[in-house]
Design a binder for this molecule. Structure first.
Ligand SMILES: C/C=C/C(=O)SCCNC(=O)CCNC(=O)[C@H](O)C(C)(C)COP(=O)(O)OP(=O)(O)OC[C@H]1O[C@@H](n2cnc3c(N)ncnc32)[C@H](O)[C@@H]1OP(=O)(O)O
Length: 266
């Protein structure tokens, strides 16, 4: 039987990239308690890896990133088990958000319900042109209560209400236009586009990228008026290490291979 979670490490010249593939039994990678426990453990293992630069979160196969919560499991749940489900889902969303390095969701086929909540917790979302998205929880008698709270920050309150209240699926082009995903490419181009995106992240100075991710999470969690203080502190703290001076001097020296140059790997 395929293990539920496979983590593969790849060493690129600029640093280490992990890829977590979710593979619940069945073609749609549905999210049950066991898969969430395994995902939480995989994220915990990665959190302490100082050499890690980025993580890709993917679903096994082309039919789905995640086809939502495991409905067979939830149909038999009592109050305590349902609460456990919601707490674990919130836990993995937070583990993705608090992982020190950027996490990119690779979206192909269906991304539904709890799967879309996980995708919202990622830093970036890249989708194949045939991808489809839906939040049909209300049709199952369930409100969306965890990662869905991140939706208004991505797509605004009106579109969040539309997704949640209607349960109607949207296609990849609509998801891109709404800001639910940041990039859509043809299916055959997905791996190449993902590589390019990872490459652009790896061009950033490692310490600064980690600092930026943490800061953006704080910004999301704070009220607008509270956002300035941690930004000012993070900017000052950068100067405790060598990154800004090294990179700035390289740019000023006109070094052709300086990673800090504004350039594109396309
Ligand atoms: C708190 C969070 C809550 C939520 O996440 S609520 C949302 C839960 N998810 C859903 O409501 C999606 C339900 N699934 C579907 O609507 C359809 O599937 C799809 C549109 C995603 C895909 O349709 P198609 O390509 O025709 O596949 P297929 O034949 O329906 O499914 C293949 C096998 O997968 C099982 N399955 C599908 N989704 C789930 C699920 N979410 N939980 C458990 N099993 C699921 C099916 O029953 C079937 O199984 P078999 O091959 O044995 O007939």
């Amino acid at each position: 039987m395929t293990p539920a979670i496979v983590t593969r490490m790849r060493e690129r010249p600029e640093g280490r990239v992990a890829r977590i593939t979710l593979a619940q039994s069945g073609p749609l990678n549905v999210l049950g308690l066991g898969l969430m426990e395994d995902l939480a453990a995989a994220l915990r293992d990665l959190a302490g890896d100082e050499a890690l630069r980025a993580v890709v979160l993917a679903g096994e196969g082309a039919r789905a990133f995640i086809g939502g919560a495991d409905l067979a499991e939830l149909a038999e749940a009592d109050r305590a088990m349902a609460q456990d489900f919601a707490v674990r889902l919130q836990g993995v969303c937070q583990a993705i958000r608090t992982l020190p390095v950027p996490v990119i969701a690779r979206l192909q086929g269906w991304t539904i319900g709890a799967g879309l909540e996980l995708a919202c917790a990622c830093d970036l979302r890249i989708a194949a042109s045939g991808a489809l998205f839906a939040m049909p929880e209300l049709r199952m008698g369930l409100p969306c209560v965890t990662g869905a709270a991140l939706l208004p920050g991505l797509i605004g309150w009106g579109r969040t209400r539309r997704l949640l209240l209607t349960g109607e699926p949207i296609d990849a082009a609509t998801a891109l236009a709404w800001g639910l995903v940041e990039e859509v490419v043809e299916e055959a181009e997905l791996e190449r586009a993902l590589e390019r995106l990872v490459g652009e992240i790896l061009a950033g100075a490692p310490g600064a990228v980690r600092r930026q991710k943490a800061l953006m999470r704080q910004w999301e969690d704070l009220l607008p008026a509270e956002r300035a203080a941690p930004g000012l502190a993070a900017f000052a703290a950068c100067w405790d290490g060598p990154e800004p001076r090294q990179r700035l001097r390289a740019v000023l020296a006109g070094a052709q291979d300086a990673a800090a140059r504004v350039r594109t790997s396309r």
